[in-house]
Design a protein around this ligand. Sequence first.
Ligand code: C2O
Ligand code: CU
Ligand code: CU
Length: 506
Amino acid sequence: MTISRRRFLGLTAGVGTAATGCSTATPTSTGQLLPSRITLPRPFTVPLPPMPVLRPSSASGGRDVFDLVQRPATLEVLPGVRTDLLTYGGTFPGPLLETRSGRPAVVRHRNALEVPVSVHLHGGHTPSTSDGYPTDLVSPGESRDYTYPMRQRAAMLWYHDHRMDFTGEQVYRGLLGVHLVRDDEEDALPLPHSDREVVLAIVDRSFDEHGQLHYPSADAGAGEHAHHHAESPGIDDAHIEGVLGDVMLVNGAAWPVMEVDATRYRLRLLNGCSSRRLDLALDPPPPAGAMFTQIGSDGGLLTTPVAHKHLVMAQAERFDVLVDFSKYPVGTQVTLRNRFGSGPMGAVMRFVVARRASDDDSAPADQLPHRLSEIEPLDTTSARVREWSFTRGKVHGRPGWVINGEPFDPEEMAATVPLGKTEIWRFRTDLHHPVHVHLDPFQVIRRGTSQGPGPFDHGWKDTVDVRPAEHVDIAVRFTDYKGRYVIHCHNLEHEDRMMMAAFATT
Ligand code: C2O
Ligand code: CU
Ligand code: CU
């Protein structure tokens, strides 16, 4: 170990954010900036890495079987710098999985790490035993088959670690990946595909002077090595607001650049940050037409395309958007900005419009079918209303985060919800708390004082951006699987400091 805890705290104290109290490093996110201690690369010099794809090891018997080994790896995340990571299959992020709606998939995880893990398929309609309950651990050396019936529509899901008390740290150190579900309905639409469908997994991270990921674990010093055994739970007391990195990574590369043809692209966006909210926009904006045409959200296709001039994305949210680079002259450099960030964090990546294209078989945004898909509006007449408040609170005498005043207890069901019954769940907050519900997607019915959902709440959602002192009503209906599931804040430091509640479906 080379950095003492004292030195670590001394260096981070300069950020000017109080350790406790109502501090936020930026008013747009709840969290504290952790400055890197290494020279950062110049933006827009590294090419966007292709997403590694994991093919099934077997596709017989009507189901796809994937094999993934969770193991430590040392990778070049920043150019010329070696960083120890916890990985799915040796890459960061983990490999892209693609499965078909209605066709079961089994992901066989072997844990070759030195820490316990639990795998959650975020957005998956998954039986409880494969949902990655925080205490349902796969110990080092063990294997586990996670079974996904895939009785759900096409959507961009993502998988990540969900270990009790350590989700923030283990995801930060690399345990996340993207999982696309496909179906015939989506295949039939004239959307950009192949090389022109691009998954962009955005995360922020900080690096210490040795190029290692900088995460303020409670277990002083243990976080120096990717293969450590942490003993005390999660984040240290000084960083429970959340961890904001100062390096933007897209598909594991810092502020990358991607050459595009002057034509239409489909971008599948994930905000995989622990605590950072994003507000994405293209700079310069296209001279004509929509900046982003949203066609899908967390839970798949919208009913109709929606034009946006920017995209606010809370942690864990996904947006499926079309961008038309044919509106730009060849040679234009188009920066994907984060309007919530300043300095280097005000940018995400860059596109360079490199050449004309003559082979585009996708439809322009204004010629897409007006009806992309059908979404049955959940009927909330006579729905039971349940309130969930997300606030700061004491967790066993230490500072933390609570739901309805209670810290997470994995053995205690905060609610018992009958399958098939639509309920209204009302979320109230003190600070920024993106709320995520397992098992089934939901529909946002009301945000704040408005009579309806906000501009970024369209379609089936599984995570909703609830801002300080806001209330959001959703309609949710659980189906198929009886068991125990969780609802939690997707600021992962809040989650690890107990902003989670269990519910049972019956
Ligand atoms: Cu993406 Cu329960 O988490
Ligand atoms: Cu989830
Ligand atoms: Cu929170």
